[in-house]
Ligand binder design. Structure first.
Ligand SMILES: Nc1ncnc2c1ncn2[C@@H]1O[C@H](COP(=O)(O)OP(=O)(O)O)[C@@H](O)[C@H]1O
Ligand SMILES: [Mg+2]
Length: 446
């Protein structure tokens, strides 16, 4: 468990009990205690008195103890949470299928779990959403939600990929879809490849969670049986983690080749369940060759195009919000960071900020650097060339300026397209457009 997940998890538990998210001091206390700091050190970090911090800590441990039904204090906080992680104890919400009380599904309440566990013999659903993000604000994406609903609920597609740039809102969209449609599935399981890379571990966890008693030894066969017997929705987030960085997009690391077979089996074999893959990079299995014939679909997320996303950010000059959104390609993660910058440095004045053109915050640069490092050498060369121009560039131009073979250039462009960094623009001649934010990053970094 890393600190981000610890905070997410604690936030969720605190929210269930108090109806409020963690405030800055609670956040600092959790971080500090997780990292083994004393209350005195934490107090110095957040400019508060030690007694105040101690008090905040005390109340936090009380809430967490109650929610987890464990005696939690400063000394054992890390070990208790680690233990939960090691055993990957799912927080199970067993809801009565016939009650449509979806508003509660996002809150992982241990108490409610205990209260309802053996309530009656009615059919129950099992939802394993530990560590999936809690969605508090969600804007737009009506079409995408409808599309997912059609593909998953009406058409029963077996493999769905949700793809797009980092921060564009893939995880948020899928989690929100689940919040709205949880009751449609008998079993919902959320796994992040960032936490557990090995397919074997993931299969073991799923089979343990669902208590699949099966005489069959092969885990994949066991899982396929489960997918056939129950209507399951399995979400695997951050799939790009199983692809090789520094090479063309979507190439499996040798140790994760078994995922390829797994995805193929999920698609080929008859069952009543679905798998959603969330990824920044597209691989061959995510491309639907024949929409009609194969139960495979691919949702490529574009940026948000309405101003709702900025409404909670307390910015001024509403008439310029759409320009700001366009400048940052409607990427909610970029917009959140930029909104903070505008509040802190530009006194909330969007017009004043826009007069400075496209700016990148340090953490945006860090994230873009990670993305750049995932590119193959050929792709890096192409993006460097594309970044010299503020308009789309033709393939001929790239071929003349770069000493690349025609095949390398075409494969490089295709790979960049599979990462959503380069878009071909139709016309008399196809032109290639580099994502403006990425272009800015490559320009300042080169
Ligand atoms: N539709 C949306 N409405 C409101 N906030 C959103 C929306 N989509 C994404 N966000 C916010 O943007 C950030 C990045 O979203 P996330 O889903 O983590 O992106 P990705 O999974 O594509 O990297 C998150 O903080 C999330 O809260
Ligand atoms: Mg994500």
């Amino acid at each position: 468990m890393d600190i981000k997940e610890v905070l997410q998890f604690a936030d969720e538990l605190v929210c269930v009990q108090t109806g409020k998210h963690l405030d800055d001091i609670q956040d600092t206390v959790i971080k500090g205690v997780w990292q083994g700091h004393t209350y005195e050190e934490i107090a110095a970090q957040c400019n508060r008195s030690e007694s105040h911090v101690r008090d905040v800590g005390y109340k936090l441990w009380q809430i967490l103890s109650e929610q987890l039904n464990e005696d939690i204090n400063k000394r054992n906080f890390r070990s208790v949470l680690s233990r939960l992680q090691i055993t990957r104890s799912p927080i199970i919400i067993q809801n009565n299928k016939h009650q449509n009380n979806t508003h509660n599904f996002n809150c992982y309440s241990y108490n409610s779990n205990k209260n309802t566990k053996n309530n009656d013999n009615e059919e129950t659903s099992s939802h394993y959403l530990t560590l999936s993000p809690k969605i508090t604000h969600f804007y737009g994406r009506e079409t995408e939600l409808q599309t997912l609903s059609h593909w998953l609920i009406n058409q029963n597609n077996r493999l769905i990929s949700v793809l797009g740039l980092p921060g564009i809102g893939k995880t948020t969209l899928v989690k929100h879809f689940i919040d709205l449609n949880l009751q449609q599935f008998d079993v919902v399981i959320w796994k992040s490849i960032k936490l557990s890379h090995s397919l074997d571990n993931i299969l073991t966890e799923i089979l343990t969670f669902t208590k699949s008693n099966n005489t069959e030894n092969n885990k994949l066969t066991q899982l396929l049986n489960l997918l056939n017997q129950k209507r399951c929705l399995i979400i695997l987030d951050d799939i790009q983690e199983i692809f090789i960085p520094g090479q063309l997009a979507g190439k499996y690391k040798p140790e994760y080749k078994d995922y390829k077979t797994f995805f193929a089996k999920i698609t080929e074999i008859e069952h009543q369940s679905s798998l959603i893959l969330i990824s920044q990079e597209q691989c061959q299995e995510m491309i639907c060759i024949d929409e009609e014939l194969y139960p495979v679909k691919c949702l490529e997320l574009q940026g948000l195009d309405n101003t709702d996303i900025l409404k909670t950010q307390k910015l001024k000059d509403e008439e310029n919000w759409l320009n700001l959104i366009k400048l940052y390609e409607g990427n909610p993660a970029y917009l959140q960071r930029i909104a903070i910058l505008i509040r802190n440095i530009f006194q909330c004045r969007v017009s004043e900020f826009l007069s400075d053109g496209l700016l990148l915050t340090e953490d945006m640069k860090y994230q873009l650097n990670e993305l750049f490092n995932r590119l193959s050498t050929v792709e890096q060369q192409i993006t460097l060339e594309l970044s010299k121009y503020n308009q789309p560039v033709s393939r001929e131009h790239l071929r003349e300026s770069l000493s690349l073979s025609s095949m390398d250039l075409i494969n490089g462009l295709q790979s960049l397209n599979r990462r959503y960094l380069v878009t071909p623009i139709e016309g008399e001649k196809t032109l290639f457009n580099l994502s403006p934010v990425f272009r800015e990053y490559v320009k300042i970094d080169s």
